[in-house]
Design a protein around this ligand. Sequence first.
Ligand SMILES: C[S@@+](CC[C@H](N)C(=O)[O-])C[C@H]1O[C@@H](n2cnc3c(N)ncnc32)[C@H](O)[C@@H]1O
Length: 203
Amino acid sequence: MNNRSNLRIYRRFAPLYDRFMYSWTAGSRRKTIELLDLKPGDRLFIPGVGTGLDLPFVPSETLTTAVDPSPMMLRQALSKYDSPVGFLIMDVQILAFPSGLFDAVLINLILSVVPDGAIAMEEIWRVLKPGGRVVIFDKFLPESSSLSSVRLLLGKLIRQIGTDPNRRLSTIIQEVPEALVLADQPVLLNGQYRIILLSKPMV
Ligand SMILES: C[S@@+](CC[C@H](N)C(=O)[O-])C[C@H]1O[C@@H](n2cnc3c(N)ncnc32)[C@H](O)[C@@H]1O
């Protein structure tokens, strides 16, 4: 997947996204926000916010910055928030923010979509404050499984709709070796989808 194909796919998918993605993901979205334990005034960063399905769960005193390269997806997000949200068109792999700006980052269904998940993670880590938290909700290839030919083929098909089920979390977070994994819970489809909470050490 590259940026151009993602833009094309999500432009088409934008009007249908909520119909397909809301009901079965809502419980996991609520859980990710609870894990972040946001305090009033915390700066929350949501890269790849898409149509904003996470926004209704964000506490109203949070200061949220949400980015996505797809104007069509962002347009859908404009009606879904109670807390203050700044929306920007931006690629998570090249963030135009200073280091250490955000208290918390929410990465739902993004690391399996962006062209390079490890670069995205490195950028997210850069803009996170020491002591900050990152929560991830996504599907990953289980660390213990090898990539079977059936799964490889399935992955190629699924990539046509803008997401890759065959990435390993360990490969993506290898660029941030100091990350502390505070939680790693299976949530959907027999653990194909997981919620992971990371924290950035103070020093
Ligand atoms: C599967 S959707 C997830 C949207 C939202 N996070 C959610 O949980 O519903 C993937 C989103 O990633 C966005 N995306 C694709 N490439 C990106 C990039 N390089 N940087 C940031 N977002 C990207 C797409 O435009 C799309 O909105």
